[in-house]
Design a protein around this ligand. Structure first.
Ligand code: COA
Length: 191
């Protein structure tokens, strides 16, 4: 039986570990006004990490187009916010353009450097899984740089399992990089 009318409960989400004295973050759907901060968090990862194999920071125009595409496809973008500051974001994107792949999506999660390791990754991943399940999707694929132990650990905690690894398919910061593919198979909620 579909749970179509169930209000998504993420606005009540609380981190497992919180900064002492700080209010808990809110997890909510992203709005257009969040895009500069979403882009800034992504661009920091572009310049300083192998979490993404982009080399150059994106411009805001590209992120706006990305957001509009997500809206048109009905795919979610979530943000974590505290006291007006955007701490991180997560999204589902199409895995492949061909229609036979339409029940499979790929996820992204980016937490601002200063706020990593405090449980926000989990708070941003959980609503993606819930949202995908409610939409009747069957699989979420996480393509993770194999050296990114934190991301691999985070996804495994949420039921993702490694299904493949491509050696040396990426190249950044003067080294070859392996990509691990983790899959979360979803249990349909609408059958
Ligand atoms: C990867 C990322 C999203 C994880 O979010 P986070 O809020 O920092 O992580 P969390 O606090 O939720 O912790 C995730 C798990 O990794 C564990 N972890 C932390 N540091 C670790 C390390 N060096 N090695 C292994 N596991 C580690 C945490 O302990 C936690 O597991 P636990 O709950 O069992 O203790 C975040 O660090 C990030 O945005 N990194 C840069 C961009 C990125 O890598 N994005 C993912 C692309 S696939």
């Amino acid at each position: 039986m579909a749970r179509r009318n169930k209000k998504f409960p993420v606005d009540r989400a609380r981190p497992e570990r919180n900064d002492a004295g700080m209010s808990a973050p809110t997890i909510r759907r992203a709005a257009e006004s969040d895009l500069p901060a979403i882009s800034a968090i992504y661009n920091h990862a572009v310049l300083h990490t192998t979490a993404t194999y982009d080399y150059e920071p994106e411009n805001l125009e590209r992120r706006v187009a990305w957001f509009e595409e997500h809206r048109a496809l009905g795919l979610p973008v979530f943000v974590a916010e505290r006291d007006g500051t955007l701490l991180g974001w997560s999204s589902l994107s199409p895995y492949h353009r061909r229609p036979g792949f339409r029940f499979t999506v790929e996820n992204s999660i980016y937490v601002a450097e200063a706020h990593r390791g405090k449980g926000l990754g989990g708070l941003l991943l959980a609503p993606l899984i819930q949202s995908a399940t409610e939409q009747g999707l069957r699989s979420i694929i996480a393509a993770i740089d194999a050296s990114n132990a934190v991301s691999v650990r985070l996804h495994e905690k949420f039921g993702f399992r490694e299904v493949g690894r491509f050696p040396a398919v990426g190249y950044k910061f003067d080294r070859w990089l392996d990509v691990a593919y983790l899959q979360r198979v979803l249990t349909p909620s609408n059958h």
